[in-house]
Design a protein around this ligand. Structure first.
Ligand code: HEM
Length: 451
């Protein structure tokens, strides 16, 4: 890596060097989940503490393999996280466990096979073309909002074959409101108050959830009324899905919850990955130049398509490195069922196990100069432990949309880099995690259309 490129240290999360009090932890959890990760989590494989309940933060590849693969049944999703998501997504695929999870996963998996995702790529290319038109006037632009619009278009196409039943602005406003209220891990959960006690965030978020569910329900109803042949989109697969063991079909509620999750998860995370990549390239002109040269050689002025991506490895390296530094899902939490051992530490039933993917990706024992933006880490052929880099999780619960996300991000990023020069328009934003790792106050860049 050149000296100029080395000079750029991207924005990191605030790290507390001393132990926080119980109250400070509760407030930090509401403000920015990343602040909960103690400084030693970036240097040690496991850190243990106690706030009413014993908790552990794991940042060790072998430990992740045990939790996400080898001893998966011992580590179901944490009740705190599930409770936070339940009003919006119920017991749908992401939140369910055991047989309830398995049949839903089998129902949607066919939509995301490589062959099917390639078939969806034209919708992604069309969106990349529209994003190019929207940025064409140039100037100072906030990129997260732009990328959210782009990826929302694609997921509406894939999930519902179009967006005619959606007021995109109203839906995206409701998502943001939901993330900013219920999305903040509740102070009351940390203080261990019982489940029936009303959480203020949940009350405010209720209205946002009703808005979103109403729109999804309308779109499902419209599909049911349609008499034409199936659209073969995600909704059709869910309408047709049947549990092979029990013959169970998805209830109207199951459908709403699953569609809700796909629409939110399917676009928010990918938009953040592209936005953070643009922020990094804007601040690293040499890397931006290299990415542009690669896209120009391959695309020659046209919009990127699925078949172009293999010939643009550097674009992929940039996206991987952006998700190392800013994993859109920066922290997961699991419940402990039975006694186990991780990194030589005893893990007891009912402990909370945090999986700070954010810290794993910036761990001093695993990465050289982890604070630097260096896409060379992901150069083809570079070896690393499968469990040291986990933007999409791993094991049976690995992200079902990973192929889809990478294709969409590659098509949009390469098309934009070919056509525009990006420069920073403000000091680095702050990474803040409520449910996803978002830049605060956004990613403002000066965008210049190139000939
Ligand atoms: C850059 C984009 C994305 C990132 C970083 C991401 C990240 C993740 C992670 C870390 C998990 C595992 C959660 C856990 O183990 O607790 C997950 C699960 C999931 N993701 Fe994604 N995701 C992305 C895009 C998508 C897209 C585009 C879709 C669908 C269109 C999607 C649908 C899902 C679903 C349904 C699950 C639950 C799978 C299961 O539990 O079986 N994700 N995602």
């Amino acid at each position: 890596m050149s000296a100029a490129a080395q000079a750029f240290i991207p924005a990191a999360a605030p790290v507390h060097k001393r132990r926080l009090s119980r109250l400070e932890i509760a407030f930090a959890a509401r403000r920015n989940v990343l602040e909960l990760i103690p400084a030693i989590s970036y240097r040690q494989p496991i850190v243990t503490g106690e706030v009413l309940r014993r908790w552990h933060m794991l940042a060790d590849p072998a430990g992740y393999k045990r939790v996400l693969l080898d001893n998966l049944a011992n580590y179901p999703k944490s009740e705190i996280m599930r409770r936070m998501l339940r009003p919006a997504i119920g017991e749908s695929l992401f939140n369910a466990d055991g047989p309830e999870w398995k049949w839903q996963r089998q129902a949607v998996a066919p939509v995301f096979t490589h062959r099917n995702v390639v078939a969806l790529a034209p919708a992604m290319s069309a969106t990349a073309a529209r994003a190019t038109q929207r940025l064409a006037s140039g100037g100072r632009i906030e990129l997260v909002a732009q990328m959210l619009t782009a990826t929302f278009d694609v997921i509406c196409d894939v999930a519902l074959s179009g967006r005619e039943h959606f007021d995109a602005a109203a839906f995206s406003h409701a998502i943001t409101r939901y993330f900013q209220t219920a999305g903040h891990t509740s102070l009351l959960d940390f203080l261990g108050l019982p489940e029936w006690f009303p959480r203020p965030g949940e009350l405010i978020a209720g209205a946002a959830v009703r808005t979103m569910h109403g729109m999804v329900a309308q779109a499902i109803e419209a599909r049911r009324r349609e008499t034409s042949s199936p659209a073969d989109d995600l909704l059709d697969h869910m309408l047709a899905a049947e549990d092979p063991e029990t013959g169970r079909r998805m209830s109207p509620e199951d459908l709403i919850y699953n569609m809700q999750f796909f629409i939110v998860a399917g676009h928010e995370t990918t938009a953040l990955a592209i936005s953070w990549a643009l922020y990094l390239l804007a601040n690293s002109p040499e890397h931006q130049q290299r990415a542009r040269a690669e896209t120009r050689a391959q695309l020659n002025g046209k919009v990127a398509e699925a078949g172009d991506l293999a010939a643009m490895p550097f674009i992929n390296q940039v996206l991987e490195e952006a998700m190392r530094l800013y994993p859109p899902v920066g922290l997961l939490a699991r419940h402990v069922v039975a006694r186990d051992e991780l990194c030589g530490r005893t893990i007891n039933p009912n402990d909370i196990l945090f999986l700070p993917i954010w810290a794993l990706h910036r761990h001093e024992l695993l990465w050289q100069k982890p604070e630097l933006f260096d896409p060379e880490r992901f150069a083809p052929g570079t070896m690393r432990d499968r469990y040291q880099y986990l933007p999409f999780g791993a094991g049976p619960r690995v992200c079902v949309g990973a192929n889809f996300a990478m294709m969409q991000a590659g098509i949009i990023l390469s098309t934009l880099i070919q056509n525009f020069r990006f420069r920073p328009a403000q000091p680095s934003p702050k990474p803040v995690m409520t449910m996803t790792v978002r830049p605060d106050p956004g990613i403002f860049l000066v965008v210049e259309k190139l000939a």
